[in-house]
Ligand binder design. Structure first.
Ligand code: R5P
Length: 295
């Protein structure tokens, strides 16, 4: 039976994901209408009546203008009568700037958490990039649920790849990579990365115990693709056979996929946290399960 208390509200750029989540939790869905004024300001309009519990699905490629639309939509849902507003942001942007790296910079993670979280009942996201911050609860003032895409990626690996090793490019990828490897019954390792520019990284890997292993690279985010390209080149130079790369959040810039292909990564797959041609791993079931557990 459909659940009349819930309504899933979504923006046009994530309509397919919004509809899938609505279908899985047996709730109606409605599009959030967007308008851009000549001076670039945004206006949004939510379908009324909204859900008593409104679930707002927001995908965040090119996040800046989308952040503004999202906080406006949360306010609109509250004003139209939603008693609970749950934001489903499969990819949560701005989590990487979690400290002042160079004098004069902000801690973007805290600013964005405050902006998004102050009027929310709950946030649900997938593999947020948390490095020095241990949990989302440290920066969000609403309830926050962080889901892991590891079971979904491991399912894809088991059906399609069967590598000797699942390898992550840096220490932050260790938890995800270990979980995927254990579920897919593969060995795992993580590198040590040093970044000296947006597209310049150097990575060292521990010695692998299998000679000439087949390797699947796994990371939470791929943006320029430089990290995975350097990982592939470094591992290939030591004899590994790179069979592909799987990423949770495909925030690929233009040219990222060819950068990775030139480094020998022929198969690139991603979770559909952001719409991209590499999407091969569905995250709607994971989100639907989390929505059924009230927090
Ligand atoms: C950062 O440590 C993340 O886990 C990714 O490794 C990073 O964002 C990838 O960025 P890019 O593809 O631009 O190298």
């Amino acid at each position: 039976m459909d659940n009349p208390a819930f309504k899933v509200h979504g923006f046009s750029d994530s309509e397919a994901l919004t509809k899938r989540i609505a279908r899985l939790i047996r709730a109606p869905w409605a599009e959030v209408q967007e308008h851009s004024f000549p001076d670039g300001e945004s206006l949004v309009r939510v379908a009324t009546p909204p859900g008593v519990c409104a679930i707002l699905v927001r995908s965040f490629p090119n996040p800046d203008s989308k952040l503004i639309e999202t906080v406006l939509a949360i306010d609109a849902l509250r004003r139209a009568g939603s008693r609970r507003v749950v934001l489903v942001a499969p990819y949560l942007p701005y989590m990487r700037q979690d400290k002042v790296f160079r004098a004069g910079e902000p801690i973007s993670q805290r600013v964005i958490a405050e902006l998004l979280g102050h009027n929310l009942s709950r946030l649900i996201t997938i593999n947020p990039h948390l490095h020095r911050t241990h949990s989302l609860g440290d920066v969000f003032r609403c309830a926050a649920t962080s889901l892991s895409a590891a079971p979904a990626i491991a399912g894809w690996v088991t059906r399609n790849a069967r590598p000797d090793y699942v390898i992550g490019p840096d220490e932050e990828s260790g938890v995800l990579v270990k979980a995927v490897a254990q579920m897919a019954k593969a060995k795992w390792a993580a590198g040590k990365k040093h970044r000296s520019g947006d597209r310049t990284v150097h990575i060292e890997f521990p010695r692998l115990t299998i000679a000439k292993p087949s390797v699947l690279l796994v990371d939470d985010i791929a943006s320029s693709g430089a990290t995975l390209a350097v990982a592939a080149r470094t591992l290939s130079a030591s004899g590994a056979r790179i069979i592909g790369a799987a990423v949770v959040h495909p925030i690929f810039e233009r040219g990222a996929i060819s950068r990775m292909r030139q480094a020998g990564i022929r198969t690139v797959v991603s979770c559909d946290t952001i719409v991209h041609p590499t999407n091969a791993i569905e995250i709607a079931p994971l989100i639907a399960r989390a929505l059924k557990v009230r927090k």
